[in-house]
Design a protein. Structure first.
Length: 108
C-alpha cells in the first residue's frame, strides 16, 4: 500500500522494510477480515480477523511529519493500480469485497 504521494517522497508515509517483511500473512479464504485505513496527522492501517471486534493481525501507524495527509483529489483502488505493479497484480481472482466505505465521515 502506498501512503501519500507516488512522486513527492517528503509526503510518502510507508512502513519500514522490517515492518513490511513482518506483515506478510496467509489469509484464510473462509474468514472475513475487517480492513481499516485512517489518515490525518497519522496514517494507520489495521486488519482484524473475523470483523471489527476480532483480533488484530496487522496494525501499522506512520506519522504524517509534513502535516495532515489530505490529498486533493483522493483516489482509492481496490486491488492495485495496474501502472504501479503490473497487470498481473492488479486484481486477485475470486476476491470478494463487501461493505466498502470510503468517506470523510465515520462508517454507519
Amino acid at each position: 500500500m502506498l501512503y501519500g504521494s507516488a512522486d513527492d517522497t517528503s509526503v510518502r508515509y510507508e512502513p519500514t522494510t522490517d515492518q513490511r517483511m513482518n506483515s506478510v500473512r496467509n489469509l484464510d479464504p473462509n474468514t472475513w477480515y475487517y480492513w481499516r485505513y485512517a489518515w490525518g496527522r497519522t496514517v494507520r492501517v489495521t486488519v482484524q480477523e473475523g470483523g471489527p471486534t476480532g483480533p488484530f493481525i496487522y496494525d501499522i501507524t506512520r506519522n504524517s511529519t509534513n502535516g495532515s495527509y489530505n490529498p486533493q483529489s483522493h483516489s482509492a483502488f481496490i486491488g492495485t493500480p495496474a501502472g504501479r505493479s503490473g497487470i498481473e497484480s492488479a486484481t486477485i481472482p475470486g476476491t470478494i469485497y463487501r461493505n466498502v466505505w470510503i468517506s470523510t465521515r465515520p462508517r454507519p
